[in-house]
Design a protein around this ligand. Sequence first.
Ligand SMILES: Nc1nc2c(ncn2[C@@H]2O[C@H](COP(=O)(O)OP(=O)(O)O)[C@@H](O)[C@H]2O)c(=O)[nH]1
Ligand SMILES: [Mg+2]
Ligand SMILES: [Zn+2]
Length: 358
Amino acid sequence: MIDDAQRSALAELGDPALVAARVASISREHVELRFDGVADVVRGELAARFARDDDPLARPTVGDLVAVRRDDAGAAVARVEALLPRRSVFVRAAAGRRARPQLVAANVDRVLIVGAVGAELSARRIERYIAAVLAGGAEACVVINKCDRPHDAAALRAELGMLAPGVPLVLTSAVDERCVSDLAPYVGEGVTLALVGSSGVGKSTLIRRLLGRGEAISTAAVREADDKGRHTTTRRTLYLAESGALIIDTPGMREIGLWDADEGLEQAFADIVALAESCHFRDCAHAGEPGCAIDGAVQAGHLPEARLASYQRLQREIVANARRAEEGGYRAKRAFKPISRAIRARKRAHRKLGIDKD
Ligand SMILES: Nc1nc2c(ncn2[C@@H]2O[C@H](COP(=O)(O)OP(=O)(O)O)[C@@H](O)[C@H]2O)c(=O)[nH]1
Ligand SMILES: [Mg+2]
Ligand SMILES: [Zn+2]
């Protein structure tokens, strides 16, 4: 649950009364905490200074490791005193006029991006999710649920299997018990997972199966005709599975704007980044220059034009969100500490793409 960096950050606080806990759910009024080796969640409260900080990244979110004060009697409310460093985040641009990040979950090892047969399945939307997941330092996995419904598995694999190099694709059905074994490679002991995707695709139903012990979790009774749930998930919650995995359920997201995600974008579109390396001109803008490897790949049918357009659109969106945030006086901080190797790779890729940064 707690990694070395977090353990030493806790020790540096220098207060033996502080113990580590994981945020299981959070609302304005209270927070639910999970302590290692304890099955039940403990109710707690946030230290007042968190409420005064208006940077969304400075407040604890679901999955965060926090330093908690509990008195010896254990009777009093547990108080969250400090946030421990995050090893990964899942963040999006908040909906609305002000450009701000919205922290969906922290310390997630893997994010399952869930879609469903029959719902509007969009490759472009999934690409967006993949970029956001990779940018936050987690692994991505695409899960297409409701495969008990009629579908063309080969066509789905052909279209979605190549959205991002190295991102696995799983076709499954939550109404079939085999979904547990389909997903087993991604749900090991000690792993923290988050399930994201549109409302009604079956995230909560899959989680109920993965938990493996019928822990009460709210799922929708859906109108089959339009996939709209009646009791949909309204709050992000971290559950403990029998397998020892921790699984975060999230409400459906209608929009997933990219925030500070250029690194993730380059990983999600590594094929395009690699092509750009072999353009004839070092500063090729991929707009009809002679010897442009990207134009060449589009013309040869190796690179779908829609994928290239999507990459360029997402690039512009990231830049625009950062600019709007700056203009709005928001000083962007990194939500987590990225590994330096990834930063070097990004700088190299930017040079190749002719993007002027830093
Ligand atoms: N046919 C079918 N229905 C499913 C499957 N998974 C979930 N459902 C149904 O879809 C509806 C929405 O499920 P829910 O888990 O609440 O979706 P969520 O909004 O993504 O959490 C519920 O009525 C589920 O019973 C599946 O694999 N196949
Ligand atoms: Mg749900
Ligand atoms: Zn080019």
